[in-house]
Write a protein that binds this ligand. Sequence first.
Ligand code: KIV
Length: 274
Amino acid sequence: MSAQSQSAKRMTPPDIRVRKGGEPLVCLTAYDAPMAALLDPHCDFLLVGDSVGMVVHGLPNTIGVTLDMMILHGQAVMRGSKQALVCVDMPFSSYERSKEQAFDNAARVLQETGCQAVKVESGVYVGDTIRYLAERAIPVVGHVGLRPQAALAEGGFKAKGRDEASRRRVLDEAIATDEAGAFAIVIEGVAEDLAAEITETVKAPTIGIGASAACDGQILVTQDMMGLFDWTPRFVKRYADLKSQMEAGVKAYGEEVRSRAFPGPDQVYKARKG
Ligand code: KIV
């Protein structure tokens, strides 16, 4: 099979777009190749989120994430995945200064990772940038509502749309993002009625996170839904309890090493063969 026909099997931006109002989009974050390989058969869309800064690098928020970090993780996720669309987040300060800056950095992400799309946190002011990118064949996903890159300015990660002015602002952000040509829009941290109104209003499929089931798809941070951390956002259902399992495994390993019961290769091989 040629490289071209192999890559043709991947989900594309038009494949995602036609899912508006149809079968819900299954989306998760991925930051490395083995995790991407595990998620890929079950997902339509893998996001190399700038949440990597907090989830993998131990940063307090996403502000310290750089374009080079996103490219490195994007390359790994592309190597691990085969069929999901891979979208890489544009980190803070890589697209806000000008449309030209956004184009240069987004093009670098596409060229150096081979991913299919980039995501920008799209306040109304980013509408012109999205249009500029989309008109120049850069597939863009928008991100409205709670925008983690605004955490410093807003004093934390705050849900949006709680009063009429905030509701109107989020709706305006979504409309501007849609009209500018984003092929999908992440909605984060808004109540169900607002998510439903946005989903009904915009042409692009909406992908919710902490934004109710009233969206065209859902995304979660994989480590959150797999229970790798003590704290997870209130809206996240845990589908596994990886932290307890890993703790038990590491404890058992430590005990075996310390008590000189650590199995040699022959023992492991026999035990594995059953
Ligand atoms: O960075 C990220 O992981 C995200 C998702 C949570 C939507 O933007």
